[in-house]
Write a protein that binds this ligand. Structure first.
Ligand code: C5P
Length: 237
């Protein structure tokens, strides 16, 4: 597989074309950003941990019947993925209240949400990723009604699978964000799953083991990511 030109450079990953028009390479960088890119740092080993973490999770999801873009690991920081036509919508599931839900509704952090909530945000940095709903997605043509239903169904299924997986590792899956795209017309899970885009709390101590350590200046960010990976059995070398 030949790596060609940089197609897109995001805040933490770069996407490259390959000699196969249906395949892209994702490069996980050490760049870590928060607050719409206002706080940016390089965190040693983050690219590697997140690449391997994502590969592990995507393979688990694929085994459970979730269509994902993941193809294979290529190196410590790179993986090969299917090329999707991305839908510019972020699907967020919450099992416990945290982050923007707490700010928006004044619910106490840590409150269990039953059933889990499903929220949508428009992926648009210039607009600050606004909160949207399913009718906006259809009306503005970001996805059809059927595609939106499928994204919701898959997101909730991913939650069922991962909640159990993290629970077995002594972790609470508090919330997470997924992005989808179309591959040959089929809604397919894209982007990544890592502690950058999810909240993970130790079941016993409540310790935050995700990007909130970076957002809130708690320190030992990558050490926490590595501990989560180790508890799940993600091979880091
Ligand atoms: O900030 P908020 O509480 O809405 O985030 C919910 C979940 O979605 C968190 O796990 C957060 O890390 C993730 N998220 C993300 N990318 C964004 C917004 C939220 O990964 N642009």
């Amino acid at each position: 597989m030949e790596k060609r030109t940089e197609l897109y450079r995001g805040k933490a990953k770069s996407v490259y074309t390959t000699d196969d028009p249906d395949r892209l390479i994702l490069l996980f960088r050490n760049d870590t950003s928060a607050f719409d890119g206002k706080k940016i740092e390089q965190l040693e080993r983050k690219g590697k941990v997140n690449n391997r973490f994502n590969a592990f999770i995507m393979q688990k999801l694929q085994e459970s019947g979730i269509p994902t873009q993941f193809d294979k690991l290529l190196s410590d920081t790179e993986c090969l993925v299917k090329k999707l036509d991305m839908i510019p919508v972020e699907c967020v599931v919450r099992n416990y209240a945290a982050g923007s839900l707490v700010r928006r509704l004044g619910v106490e952090e840590g409150t269990e949400l039953t059933p889990p909530t499903f929220e949508l945000f428009l992926k648009d940095d210039a607009k600050g990723d606004p909160f949207i709903n399913e009718s906006h997605v259809v009306t503005f043509g970001w996805a059809t009604t059927e595609q939106m239903q499928r994204m919701r169904e898959l997101t909730l299924k991913v939650n069922d699978i991962l909640r159990q997986l993290f629970d077995d590792a002594g972790l609470q899956l508090v919330d997470f964000k997924l992005e989808f795209g179309l591959f040959k017309g089929e809604i397919t899970l894209g982007d990544e799953f890592s502690p950058d885009g999810s909240r993970l709390w130790d079941k016993v101590t409540g310790k935050k083991m995700d990007k909130d350590r970076f957002r809130q200046g708690l320190g030992d960010v990558i050490e926490a990511y590595e501990e989560v990976a180790q508890r799940l059995g993600v091979p880091l070398s």
